[in-house]
Structures are given as C-alpha cells and as structure tokens.
Design a binder for this molecule. Structure first.
Ligand code: F6P
Length: 509
C-alpha cells in the first residue's frame, strides 16, 4: 500500500485528534486513523527562528509540523490566505485586500514547507495537499524533483474567471496548482469554474470527461463533496439529546421552539443577514414572539484579522439591538454564544432544535447542514433552512432553500418551518437523510485517494496526451460528464488494504 502524505495548513495536535477541530481536520481524521501515514503542516505555533520539523506519532499517524515566524503568520495566514484568497474564492471581493508583499511571503511559505517536506518523501508516496493556503505547493514540490502522484482538494468554493482575475497572483497560482495530477472540488460548479479559469489564465486545454491538457500533461478534475460520519453523528446526537447540557437548554426554553445556528464567526457565514431575517420574522409575525428562541453559536475565529473583529462587534450590536427592542422581562428572543461547544453537546442541541438555520452567503459545502439532518429524531424531525449558496444545497434539496440576502425570504422560511406539520417535516427529512445516510468522511477520503491512484496509473497514452483522444473509452468508464469520478467497471482499489468497501461520492443533482 502506498504511504499517504497529507499536507494541510492546520494539523491537529495528536492529543486533540478526535476532539473539537476545524472542518478539514474532522473530514480527514477518520482516513488517517484507519490508513495511517504522514500529516504535515503548520504546528499552530509562532517562533522567531525557523526551527526543525517536529515529529510526533499517535497510532499509525506521524504528525510532522513546522512553526511559522510572526511575519509569516501575519502575511501568509492572516493576510494573503484569509484576507485575500478567502474572500476572493468566496466571491466577496468587497472584503478582499491585496498587497504584493503578502503574496511574496505566501509563496515563500509554500516553498519553505516544500523544502521541509521533500526530504521526508518516498517514491511510492501519495501526496494529498489541502486548501487555499497551499496552492503553491504542487509546483513547489515538482520543482524539488518530487515525482510522486500529487492530489489537491479545495475545501472552499472556486469562483468565476472574472472574479479570480482581480488578484494579480491568480495566474501564477493557477499554474502552480496545475502541477498536481488530480484536483478535487466540492461541487460540479466549482469544477466548471476552475476548468474555465485554467484555460483563460493557465494555458490549459479542455479535454473530454474532466481532463485538462496542460502543455502535453494531463490533469484530472473531479467532484468530491465532503461528507460527515452520518450514522455516527446520528448516534451521538441521540445520546447527547438525553444528556445534561441539552436537558438544561430544553428546560430554559420552557416550551418555546428553538431555532439554531452553528457557525464559525466568519463574514462568509451570513450571520448579520441571518439576524436581519430573524428580526423581520419578529416584526411581521408578532404572534411568534415568546414562542420562539434563536440560539446562535458563533465560535470566534481568525481574531487577528480585522474583518473578523469588525464582524464580531457588528453581530454583538445587532444581537443587542434585537434583544433590547423585542425582549420582555421574561423572554429574550436571541441568545448569542461566541464560543465553540463540544461537538457532541452541539449534536444534542441540533436534535432539540425545531429549525436548523444554515444561511452562508457562500460556502464550499457546510457540514453543519449535514450534521443537523443526521441529528434529527426521525419520528419528530426539525426543518433545515439552507442557503442556496452552500455546496450542501446540491445534496439537500428537500430543505427550505433560501437566498440569504433576502430578509423577507428568510423570515418566510422561518415562519414556514416553525409551523410545518409533522407529515411534511418527516417527508423533507427522509429525503435529506436518504442523500447522506450512506456517506462518511472515511469514504470521502478513500474515494479521493482511490481516484488519485487511478489517475497516476493511467498511462499518458491512455490519457490521450498530445491532443489524441486514444483511451477516451477508458476515461469514460471512470468519469461522468460533470467530471465526477466513479469507479471504473471491474476496477479494484488496491490501496484499500484494510479490506473495507469504498463508497464513491454521489452524483449531485
Ligand atoms: O476550509 C476551511 C477551513 O480552512 C477549514 O479547514 C476549517 O474548518 C476552517 O477553515 C478553520 O479555519 P482556520 O484554520 O483559519 O481556523
């Protein structure tokens, strides 16, 4: 079995694996625990000297991490990654700042990480790089002589060509990414945008069935919607619903219906717009006052970035304003908690909530939407209100789908959800559950790794290099017209030595 080397900006501390972590870490933990390998990236620490790679082992995973300097942390992480690329890739240019010096340091950090990783690599490794912090890594590794298969997965959306062009670095980053063999995205829309941008800025040519021709090399694109451990989460929620924290929450509600939001405090999550939608509900449906409580858990995030600090102040102002306007001595319409809760505790809250309010302005996937569905009691499920701009909306079409910018639409959906009868709630929930109940983060990871192996194993002639389409029949067997990678007839995932079966990502509607 080839060794898997995962590269991501954030690497969970070995002791914290399995505990509270970001979406990327949660998605990869199951795969790394089962398969083992190396997990390489930033230690989370800042130190002034460029120290050595630190290695820690837990189970079958070797965690290899490096520190950042204060300047790197500021310019690579806070600035270029989170103040340039993050808003740009989420199509929110009004939040974007750009400074050439930050772009240079971003590139230097990608190069430095490649320098640190390269000596640890073996010829039979499979390298899987994650997310927007590390778009320079595929080329940085290739230019250091690394020939092993490289896959890259983008956890967040990929915007249109016009949007991307507003960053001078975009063309160079595109070309760096195209040094990978397989590029994975959350939705078919992201693949489509990337293919167009690769042709306009990266000199790529589109070939049939999800392949690009980049100067005679073939690069494969695929859709791999990130999943949750749906069955496990459902079991955790059922237990947590009976445990003390949810019991206390239930008692505090005194029979009111709970509307729940669970997010990082991030401008892409649409929290101000969401609060505006709730305000509109209270204004236009006075009969619902005292009968509903909105609990927004908004975990503080990236607090060194100005836009995030400003957002927190604005949210606190809005929450305070709603509460002072609509509260009564014995009723408060909105509870705002600016800390992350333990995942299991929040799972219990999700099961208690009559409405899950998930309204990002733009989101690669949004795993909270899937968790809310998994957490529900099938006999008495709540209703998911979901932004049409979340990747999850492609799979959870039976939710109440809203435009998060439209306060009236959000208020209407809240009214509808709060008053929806049992039969309707059950029918909507069953359809959403059917879309995710067989999925798992483990299967998602395996499907990407399997696809990377198959991509690397496809000989250049069978990939139709130099514009010939020889071998397209073979490609037809492994990709569908959206570039969604499916198992080729009769193929086996040689890498899955633990013998468990592979679930491939479902095709999205
Ligand atoms: O892909 C988005 C992401 O990078 C996830 O890994 C994670 O859930 C979240 O953002 C956390 O961001 P940060 O690492 O900046 O705290």
């Amino acid at each position: 079995m080839n060794r898997l080397v995962v590269v991501s900006n954030r690497v969970p501390a070995p002791a914290a694996a399995g505990a509270q972590a970001g979406g990327l870490a949660v998605a990869l933990e199951a795969l790394m625990e089962r398969r083992g390998g190396v997990w390489f990236g930033w230690s989370g620490n800042i130190s002034e000297a460029l120290g050595p790679v630190r290695i820690a082992e837990a189970g079958r995973v070797k965690y290899a991490t490096v520190d950042l300097t204060a300047e790197e942390h500021e310019r690579y992480y806070n600035e270029f990654s989170n103040s340039t690329l993050w808003p740009l890739l989420h199509s929110m240019p009004e939040l974007m700042t750009f400074d050439r010096r930050n772009a240079q340091i971003y590139r230097q950090v990608n190069e430095r990480l490649a320098d640190a990783l390269q000596p640890m690599l073996r010829a039979d490794d499979l390298i899987w790089i994650h997310d927007y912090h590390l778009m320079g890594m595929p080329q940085a590794l290739r230019s250091r002589g690394v020939r092993a298969p490289i896959g890259f997965f983008l956890h967040i959306p990929f915007p249109s060509a016009d949007m991307l062009a507003s960053v001078p670095e975009a063309g160079a980053l595109l070309r760096d990414l195209l040094a990978a063999d397989l590029l994975g995205f959350q939705t078919a829309n992201d693949v489509e945008n990337f293919a167009e941008v690769a042709c306009r800025l990266g000199d790529a040519l589109r070939m049939p069935n999800g392949w690009l021709n980049v100067g005679g090399r073939r690069v494969r694109l695929g859709v791999f919607p990130v999943e949750i451990e749906a069955q496990d989460f459902a079991a955790v929620a059922e237990d947590a619903w009976r445990a003390a924290p949810t019991e206390r929450l239930r008692r505090s509600l005194g029979g009111q219906r709970l509307v729940l939001g669970v997010d990082r405090m991030d401008p892409t999550k649409g929290l101000l717009q969401r609060i505006a939608g709730y305000r509109r509900l209270l204004e236009t449906r006075p009969e619902l006052r005292r009968r509903v409580t909105f609990l927004q858990i908004a975990a503080e995030s990236r607090k060194d970035v100005v836009a995030y600090r400003d957002l927190r102040s604005a949210i606190e102002r809005e929450a305070g304003s709603i509460n002072s306007e609509f509260s009564e001595p014995d009723w408060m319409p909105l509870r705002l908690v600016a800390r992350a809760g333990a995942r299991s505790t929040v799972a219990g809250y999700m099961r208690e909530a009559r409405v899950g309010l998930v309204t990002p302005l733009r989101d690669g996937m949004n795993l909270v939407a899937k968790e809310y569905i998994a957490a529900q009691d099938p006999q008495d499920p709540g209703v998911l209100i979901l932004s049409r701009f979340a990747g999850a909306a492609k799979q959870l079409g039976s939710a109440l789908i809203v435009n998060p910018h439209d306060a009236d639409e959000v208020a209407d959906a809240l009214d509808n959800a709060l008053n929806m009868g049992l039969v309707d709630r059950q029918a909507r929930w069953r359809e959403s559950w059917a879309a995710i109940q067989g999925t798992s983060a483990l299967a998602w990871g395996r499907s990407f790794v399997g696809a990377l192996l198959r991509t690397a194993a496809t000989p250049p002639t069978a990939r139709g290099v130099s514009g010939t389409h020889t071998g397209d029949e073979a490609m037809l067997a492994i990709t569908d017209p959206l570039g969604m990678i499916v198992r080729p007839l009769g193929s086996r995932d040689a890498d899955l030595a633990d013998g468990s079966s592979v679930l491939h990502p479902r095709r999205m509607s």
